[in-house]
Design a protein around this ligand. Structure first.
Ligand code: TYM
Length: 334
């Protein structure tokens, strides 16, 4: 609790081009929860270097992601939006938690298996201990709730286990966080292969809608989305491409999948697909316009970066000091 409010933590990697999946699975929920909770939203640039990055490019993307959080509607005066690398407590707690995490637990992580297959020439220790840094992110702020897409559930489960393990040894140190998974949009699938999740690292650009795609591109990608030959609008696992389009439409319009099915009853995919395109454009266009506006306001963004990094350092250092004391590090002489 901070000032009587429960705490929310979440983050996104500043890698690749963000997709509609990132928006509908995470960012959209962050905004709807932001008034209810004391919120910490991190640009997790330290996680990004588990795969090779071009330094200038990483810096540019990290700043753009920071601006995007604000453009999406997160007020940096009410929410603590900050770069993970500006707050050294993350690395310090991650080290301690590393010593409480088992190799076996980390080897079971699906994201590690996927990423090490993709980057076989660079299976570094950071890629392996990535979920421990994520646990540190969350536990440092004593977060009650962590809004994420379904793909992050396994990491969150590990975070909970680590918190419980530590608490069992040392008393109540960490809040055990709960995941918050949105009702629709928690797993947006690829438009070209709806059995795979929509991902910023997909090589086929038609598989993903990027947050900065222009309206024509969005419409073209939606019209080309892979569906099936059944031709009947139903919401079921046997028609994964269609189900995904219904999810996207529903998440963008605030309807339930059942309401969407009803709306398109008796209509064909030829009508649904452009309607999905329009719904996505109506969500992304204002975001893009606001992003363009804020990108020009260097002073405002810079002051938010500075003030929020200080806040993050202040809050996180309290947990870190407590943990350091529990594990037996000497007290600091003032
Ligand atoms: P990242 O950067 O891959 O994704 C950011 C958020 O977007 C969600 N997401 C999706 N949701 C629905 N459908 C999709 N196709 C889709 N693709 C991505 C993710 O679930 C995530 O919520 N490890 C994290 C970043 C992280 C973090 C944290 C998150 C680091 N520390 C602490 C929460 C709390 C990651 O790589 O997310």
């Amino acid at each position: 609790m901070i000032d009587g409010k429960k705490v929310l933590f979440s983050g996104m990697q500043a890698t690749g081009n963000l997709t509609l999946g990132n928006y509908l699975g995470a960012l959209k929920n962050w905004i709807s929860l932001s008034n209810e909770y004391e919120c910490f939203y991190s640009v997790v640039d330290m996680h990004s270097i588990t795969v090779r990055q071009d330094p200038a490019e990483l810096r540019r993307r990290a700043r753009n992601l920071f601006i995007l959080y604000v453009a999406a509607g997160l007020d940096p005066e009410k929410n603590c939006i900050y770069y993970q690398s500006h707050c050294s407590a993350h690395a310090e707690l991650a080290w301690i938690l590393n010593c409480f995490t088992y190799m076996g637990e980390l080897s079971r992580m699906t994201q590690f298996k996927d990423k090490s297959a993709k980057h076989a020439d660079n299976i570094n220790a950071g890629l392996f201990t990535y979920p421990v840094l994520m646990a540190a992110d969350i536990l440092l702020y004593q977060a009650d709730v962590v809004p994420v897409g379904i793909d992050q559930m396994q990491h969150l489960e590990l975070t909970r286990n680590l918190a419980e393990r530590f608490n069992n040894l040392y008393g109540d140190v960490f809040t055990v966080p709960e995941a918050y998974i949105g009702k629709v949009g928690a797993k947006i699938m690829s438009l070209q292969d709806p059995t795979k999740k929509m991902s910023k690292s997909d090589e086929n650009p038609n598989a993903s809608i990027y947050l900065m795609d222009d309206p024509d591109t969005i419409m073209r990608k939606c019209k080309r989305a892979v569906t099936d030959s059944e031709g009947i609008i139903c919401y079921r696992d046997e028609q994964p491409g269609l189900k995904n389009l219904i999810d996207i439409y529903s998440a963008c319009t605030g309807k339930t999948p059942q309401e969407t099915v009803k709306e398109f009853e008796g209509k064909g995919y030829g009508e649904l697909k452009p309607a999905v395109g329009e719904a996505v454009i109506s969500v992304l266009k204002p975001l893009q316009d606001e992003f363009a506006r804020l990108s020009k306001d260097k002073a405002y963004i810079d002051s938010a970066i500075k003030a929020n990094a200080e806040k993050a350092m202040y809050v996180s250092s309290k947990t870190l000091r407590k943990v350091q004391k529990k594990v037996g590090f000497p007290e600091r002489v003032r």
